[in-house]
Write a protein that binds this ligand. Sequence first.
Ligand code: NAD
Ligand code: UFG
Length: 334
Amino acid sequence: MNILLSGGTGYIGSHTCTELLNAGHSVVTFDNLSNSEEKVNDAVVRITGKPFKFYLADMLDMDALRVIFEENTFDAVIHFAGLKAVGESVQLPLKYYHNNITGTLNLLSLIEEYHVKSFVFSSSATVYGDPASLPITEDFPLGTTNPYGSTKLMIEQILKDFYAANSGVSISILRYFNPVGAHESGEIGENPKGIPNNLMPYIAKVAAGQLEALNVFGDRYPTRDGTGIRDYIHVVDLAIGHLKALEKNADTTGVHIYNLGTGTGYSVLEVLRAMEAACGHTIPYKIAPPRSGDIAACYADPGKAQKELGWAAERDLKQMCEDAWRWQKKNLNL
Ligand code: NAD
Ligand code: UFG
């Protein structure tokens, strides 16, 4: 297949690009590099041995997007591009709505015009808000608590409306749980700018001595050790989920929604211990107040993806930490 990736130099985009190339697909990516670097493309070529076309383009720039669709023919588009920092979205809601929503509308208008039949969208478990019970299935009630989450929910609705008017297309909405880890080569991984917001990259920087101590946000949640529980999923497993979604899209039409998680939740302290085992030394931490907007626990029922896509996560927490640590060590100067 010929596949376009928006946000292709980003964390999940670069891992998916790698898996697509390894599977023999032809890939074109674009990114405005607002949260990634062009050298990621060289790393993907080093891993796969396969070149691919990259466009430096902003999805808010219709002319730049049109050039990509004019110069190539696509069987499918996987849409990763977007801003994703929850806290920043509260401070700068208009920036988030404009970038994520308008960008998606631009992309969809070209998909319609150039008759691309298959679309895969990066949604998030954040659309479930604070779930009433666990594990979470795809038919749970939806609701969000921040503008970032609202952009995901709005785009999901836009995609349903888009399908209603374009009944020949096939759309997969993938609700990711907590992607972590890195490619086992250590060539690509998560490279957040500034101080990380998310747990795993923060712990990795503490383990490397670049940050003083992990702040554990709350130890009084109604969980087994009082700290927050999440469904961490290895980014390579997540990437492979996109290949399975493309196969499903090729066989059908409609809007398909899947949780991509492992089905197992780990607490903050359990992740900390697993990372200590991976790096071979203790990692300092202190208990801090709960972070505003955080929920106690969140993990997926991934049964629908297993049944309909034939996909299940295979990499465990140990491997997530080992791969994250290998990436961190290789990139101490990032
Ligand atoms: P990322 O920031 O590493 O990648 C997103 C890429 O999109 C970046 O390279 C950025 O430069 C690019 N981008 C942003 N706005 C753009 C624009 N206007 N034009 C062109 N490129 C633009 O993030 P990621 O972790 O790889 O996330 C990919 C997608 O998955 C995002 O949509 C994100 O919201 C979603 N998601 C991520 C997580 C997570 O925890 N990482 C969880 C759930 C969903
Ligand atoms: N945590 C800490 N200290 C930190 C960072 C996080 O204790 O320095 C805790 C949080 O309180 C939470 C857990 O670690 O209990 C995970 O936090 P993350 O920030 O890594 O992840 P979240 O579950 O808050 O959110 C992530 C993405 C969202 C996405 C959501 C669901 O950041 O964009 O997963 O996919 F919507």
